[in-house]
Write a protein of this length. Structure first.
Length: 101
């Protein structure tokens, strides 16, 4: 639910206005150690995505997470960030919490 404030000039014109939206978390899914995947939740149709990973990711960046807001499908993938001959190992097995606003 949006909340905000407006500051006006004495003649009624808006001087400054802002609105703050807070997303609600809907659920979570586990990556299972895979390097990419998808998850679908109909509550995300028409929403903007909010995500939060459950743990540190070691040598992996991400997860990179996108939402198709017309279908509610979340696509996720991990990117290796190790350089100089380092071995990143297997992708992490984490929980991704998600929601929308």
């Amino acid at each position: 639910m949006p909340a905000g404030a407006e500051f006006r000039h004495p003649d009624g014109r808006v001087k400054f206005a802002f609105t703050d939206y807070t997303g609600g978390f809907f659920g979570s899914f586990n990556t299972g150690g895979a390097s990419s995947g998808t998850w679908q939740d109909a509550r995300l149709v028409g929403k903007l995505l909010v995500t939060f990973p459950s743990s540190t990711l070691g040598n992996y960046g991400g997860p990179n997470v996108t939402l198709d807001s017309s279908t509610g499908v979340i696509s996720w993938s991990f990117g290796v960030t190790a350089t100089g001959g380092a071995n990143a190992g297997s992708p992490p097995d984490i929980t991704i919490y998600f929601g929308g606003y």
